[in-house]
Design a protein around this ligand. Structure first.
Ligand code: ADE
Length: 356
């Protein structure tokens, strides 16, 4: 038997949910470590920042609830740690439906996806993280599922081929991607709501730090919260991670309270500098300065120099450096800015860049 997407029919392999399949599937309530879950906002009201996205979602959810039908499919685009997964869980919570979580790379066969789709109930959410890494054959299988809430099977081949359409419950697909540009146009166009999450303002991160500190039973003063916010690369996930290290440090080396100096000392130990750059961020900028005279240089060359995956550099390191202007991207490659030289303690002389 074969499965048919819009274009290429594919051979269906296993559709056996009983066996230990490789998919990271789960439903809410999720079974993540309790500390992690407790720091995540669970409702739109608890969510700090991304005001316009939150308003879009609040309207879509309220309208859907009024009409008693599921909202459109939703695509979130953002660098890691800005809240894509959190928002998917919040939407499920607000709609009162189940959420099944998987990711592009985990779905390597159309049959994997079929097993999930056929178990979704009316209004349920399917969350696909890293949707840009969905294999093409699975992506094409998703088109009729998203558009017509149906999947097509083909039995036999050639003149004997017969097709059968299998109806699915009307589900909501929420996709998350760090690279919207890698999504094919047909897939992108099937999402009714497509929103990009921006890096958070310092003010919003101060709020996140205070909220999370309260949940962690950590006393933090205003300067302490500000210092964490300033060093968290515009990213709430980093606030929460650093906050836990600060809590440890404050308990062991301080008076248990996250003052500004406690934060500074704790984060210095973590390799996080004054403006929040990590060891990898600095290695990245230094490599361009020391090996490539400040650029322009291609990402693959930098990746080879650092022994890192270029995807990690593009997804994790570059977005914040680009946002702060420490790095620029030109048609001929990556270049570091004068500000990056200054920040790393390098001098610029006669148009040639020399390290001190
Ligand atoms: N924890 C992580 N992200 C958050 C957010 N956007 N609002 C509140 N708490 C958070």
């Amino acid at each position: 038997m074969m499965l048919m997407g819009d274009k290429n029919p594919i051979i269906m392999t296993v559709v056996d949910e009983g066996s230990g399949d490789p998919l990271s599937k789960k439903s809410v309530p999720s079974e993540e470590p309790s500390e992690f879950v407790s720091l995540r906002p669970k409702t739109l009201k608890e969510y700090i920042g991304q005001a316009e996205v939150i308003e879009t979602l609040a309207i879509a959810i309220e309208a859907a609830l009024k009409r008693e039908e599921p909202p459109d499919h939703i695509l979130f685009h953002a660098p890691p740690g800005l809240g894509k997964t959190t928002l998917a869980h919040i939407i499920a919570e607000e709609m009162g439906v189940n959420i099944t979580v998987t990711s592009g790379p985990a779905l390597d066969k159309g049959g994997d996806l079929l097993g999930i789709l056929t178990h979704l109930e009316e209004g349920d959410i399917l969350f696909i993280d890293e949707i840009h890494r969905l294999p093409r054959v699975v992506e094409e299988f998703l088109y009729p599922a998203m558009e017509d809430f149906a999947v097509d099977f083909i039995f036999d081949k050639g003149v004997h081929a017969r097709s059968h359409r299998y109806r699915l419950a009307r589900f909501v697909l929420i996709g998350a991607t760090t690279r919207a540009g890698l999504l094919s146009a047909p897939l992108r166009e099937r999402f009714g709501i497509f929103r990009t999450l921006d890096f958070y303002s310092e003010e919003d991160l101060v709020h996140v730090a205070k909220r999370s500190a309260a949940l962690l039973n950590l006393e933090i003063d205003m300067d302490g919260a500000y210092e964490i916010a300033r060093r968290s690369r515009g990213t709430p996930r980093i606030v929460n991670r650093l906050l836990k290290r600060v809590r440890d440090f404050a308990q062991v080396r301080g008076d248990g309270i996250a003052h500004k100096d406690t934060v500074r000392e704790a984060l210095a130990l973590e390799g996080v500098d004054e403006v929040g750059l990590t060891v990898l961020d600095r290695k990245f900028l230094k490599a361009i300065i020391e090996f490539y005279k400040g650029g322009p240089v291609g990402i693959e060359a930098i990746a080879a120099t650092l022994h890192e995956e270029s995807d990690t550099l593009v997804d994790v390191v570059e977005p914040y450096l680009l946002k702060t202007g420490l790095l620029t991207r030109t048609s001929s490659g990556r270049k570091v800015s004068r500000e990056a030289y200054r920040h790393l303690g390098f001098s610029i002389q006669q148009g040639l860049f020399n390290s001190k």
